[in-house]
Design a protein around this ligand. Sequence first.
Ligand SMILES: [Zn+2]
Length: 316
Amino acid sequence: MARAKQPRQIHQLTVPQFEALFPDEDACKAYLAARRWPDGVHCPRCGNPKVYDLRSRKWHWQCEQCAPDGYRFSVLAGTIFENTNKPLRDWYRVIHLMLTSKKGMSARQLWRYMGFGSLKTAWYMAHRVRVALIEEPEKLGGIVEVDETFVGGKFKNKHWDKRRGGDDAPPGGAPGGHYRTGGQASGKTPIAGAVSRKGNVVARVIENVTADTLLKFVHETVSHKVSLLCTDQGSWYRKLDGEYPHGTVDHSAGEYVVGAIHTNTIEGFWSIFKRGVIGTFHKVSKKYMPLYVAEFQFRYNNRENADIFEAAISGC
Ligand SMILES: [Zn+2]
């Protein structure tokens, strides 16, 4: 007999586990080195595996192959942690906080929680982490749902001095700044999304919601071998008929589920994302929207991955 499936309990890294795993900078650096170079240290510039330990400096090596005088590099070279004055342990904490909060954590929350001297530091770190969470494009199979939505906006009616900067606003920037409305209707950003049921989501900021743009998105993200492609009844989706096994639900007629055909999964993703943008980040401009989309996509796609922290560090 069919019964509703209980969501599997996934235990992410807890705070005590984090403390035990990363007691100090050495532990953090060893962890990073092991993820970057599982087969031993390679030169980040030329890939040479025959590098020498710099005895005088821990976590530093020298490559003799790509520079006449030897290229010296640290465990941080070529990562998002390079050229920052924050300890790796602070970075790890920020990443851990971002990964464990379902609706994300604002720069302001991170700033307060971490006790950083400036909001700018928190803002900068969070954005760097988001860049590291951007996933390689992939084609989805199985039963796939495709939908588009608009995120953000609703901001134009406030007087500028009531506008506290949204999370993505560079701290210290002019109030209002690049949030002036106009252009895209009410400042909302269009986003296209595709999700494989019980699998991954691919979401992307798009320029507009014309048939051409949306079809291009489908072609890039949905495998032609899908067993079913579900959309609502937007007129452009008819172009998918014949190319994919395509089923539609007519939301305008109050139709939401027809057999296996529905778009509830992608709408669930939109709902988490929008609650994050509204509740956590307050607003996000089109410029930075791709980074927030990447963050939510990464969390969603690793929702059953107990090693989500490790997956994130591997991308740093
Ligand atoms: Zn080299």
